[in-house]
Design a protein around this ligand. Structure first.
Ligand code: AHR
Length: 520
């Protein structure tokens, strides 16, 4: 399912040179120079890169989002008000549901109609617990309504049929007919918008253990029957490769590329390797560096998968949807097996900024991504326990990057000193920049060196701004994190370490920090 790679110094040098970052040996602590090319704007940073993923897994949905009739937790139509409020703030553009592996065993008819009559199943993928089907299609669209998000449903190719999938799409989108009437009887008269639909989840694994040739044929067949009513469009996303399975991308693009609008890619950062054994907290600098090196691997994966897609789709019509990414550690001691509950530290904040910066460099091809997952699962935005809720460092980074949504990418060349720990080597400084629709330039800079501050001077080509202000996320320790007792241990603070003079932005980044600035 998952692989990690240890970045040797040699591998890091290769990646760095591909990114035009000079390879410098033993340069920790030296200043960073950069050039922001606002005069050479790039593609749009698609808002859908900030998609969230909510699977029927552990307390991702039940308890984390949905509390049903539990009056002790304030909720609206079953969804907890505190979590929904935090997600609204985040401007979540899209929510991917119902899985994950869960999707390829999900039968949508079991999740409609009176809740008390819905079958109770076993969640065979995640902990073997009972699945009440209380959150089904109508509840999902109610969640989208409350958060202000759009739909991305993963259909069941694994043990479902093309007919079942086609009827689900019709039930959701059709303005008329028996299925539309059934939808109305179940409480929703109007059709819903379904802009994105996944043709299975991981067809190479839990979605059926298919060979790529077979998966490509199945993708063609199922795609044929996903039909949108006149005047609407459902973008079809094929189940894509696992990590570096380039043959999968080659085969699916060759055999089914003309039938799809997007191809997914799943890549998790798993320090220590599979199965996940590294702890989410209490790690040392080795664990810090290994995790960030693992996150940086996304650049190589996207570059190589994109190059294959370019062969079959030079116009970049088909987008790469990195619809599962993030850190995957050993789950919290004492938590339910299979629930994938993990803490979230400053290290995860740097994984998030590193990854969002990588997507800026590939915004022409990566037009959707979904961190895994939204609440209580893996690299979550939000953790809950009963009535309590806490926002994670990853949440705060996503909040700071909100201006990236649908803004124009501005290329930024960064010549950074190296940060090295044991066998892991990487440029200390990561960054990206955008210009929003109002014309404001936003710059993100992260210092991955946990031990040394770094001063970055950025030549501003094509920017007229004279001041820089923003926020920083940092902390005293690498594994600083928020708990229900100390919810604000890691949170954004005003940042005062930036100036602009003579067309140059100078920023002193604290060690292990993420800084996002508005230039005005
Ligand atoms: O996000 C957890 C699981 O990881 C998903 O269900 C699956 O798609 C992936 O392997």
């Amino acid at each position: 399912m998952i692989k990690t790679i240890r970045h040797t110094a040699a591998a890091a040098l290769l990646v760095a040179s591909a990114l035009a970052v000079p390879a410098l040996a033993d340069t920790a602590g030296q200043p960073t120079t950069a050039t922001l090319h606002a005069d050479k704007p790039g593609p749009t940073y698609d808002a859908r890169i900030f998609t969230q993923f909510a699977e029927h897994l552990g307390n991702g949905i039940y308890g984390g989002l949905w509390v049903g009739n539990d009056k002790s937790i304030p909720n609206t139509n079953g969804f907890r008000n505190d979590v929904i409020g935090a997600l609204r703030e985040l401007k979540v553009p899209v929510i991917r549901w119902p899985g994950g592996c869960f999707a390829d065993e999900y039968h949508w008819r079991e999740g409609i109609g009176p809740q008390a009559k819905r079958p109770v199943k076993i969640n065979t993928n995640w902990g073997g617990v009972t699945e009440p089907n209380a959150v089904g299609t109508h509840e999902y669209f109610e969640l989208l309504r409350q958060v202000g998000s759009q739909a991305y449903i993963s259909g069941n190719v694994g043990n479902g049929t093309a007919r079942e999938m086609a009827e689900w799409v019709e039930y959701i989108t059709s303005p008329a007919g028996s299925l539309a009437e059934e939808r109305a009887r179940n409480g929703h008269k109007g059709a819903w918008a379904l802009p994105l639909f996944g043709i299975g989840n991981e067809l190479w694994g839990c979605g059926g253990n298919m060979r790529p040739e077979y998966a490509a044929d199945e993708t063609r067949r199922f795609a044929t029957f996903i039909k949108a009513p006149a005047g609407t469009r459902v973008l079809k996303i094929a189940s894509g490769p696992n990590v570096d399975d380039y043959n999968w991308t080659e085969t699916v693009m060759r055999l089914a590329g003309d039938q799809i609008d997007g191809l997914s890619l799943h890549y998790y950062t798993v320090p220590g390797g599979w199965p996940p054994r590294a702890t989410a907290t209490g790690f040392d600098e080795h664990g810090w560096a290994e995790t960030l090196a693992g996150a940086r691997r996304m650049d190589e994966l996207v570059t190589r998968h994109s190059a294959i897609m370019d062969k079959y789709d030079p116009q970049k019509r088909v987008f790469l949807a990195v619809d599962e990414w993030g850190t995957w550690y050993a789950q919290e001691p004492g938590s339910h097996p299979g629930f994938l509950l993990q803490q979230n530290t400053l290290r995860d904040a740097l994984v998030a900024s590193t990854t969002l910066d990588i997507f800026a460099r590939h915004a022409d091809r990566v037009r959707l991504s979904a961190i895994a997952q939204m609440v209580n699962v893996l690299q979550a935005m939000i953790l809950t326990e009963g009535k309590k809720m806490v926002l994670t460092p990853t949440y705060h980074v996503f909040m700071m990057y909100r201006p990236w949504q649908d803004a124009t990418v501005l290329p930024i060349d960064i010549a950074s000193p190296w940060y090295a720990k044991d066998e892991f080597t990487m440029p200390a400084v990561s960054g990206s920049a955008v210009r929003d629709k109002a014309g404001v330039v936003h710059v993100a800079l992260s210092n991955r060196d946990p031990g040394q501050a770094n001063t970055v001077t950025v030549r501003l080509d094509g920017v007229t701004a004279s001041s820089a202000a923003g926020q920083v996320v940092t902390a005293a320790t690498m594994d600083a994190h928020n708990t229900f007792d100390t919810p604000d241990a890691v949170r954004p603070a005003p940042f005062t370490g930036a100036t602009i003079q003579g067309g140059t932005l100078t920023v002193t980044l604290p060690a292990k920090s993420v800084v996002v600035l508005d230039l005005r």
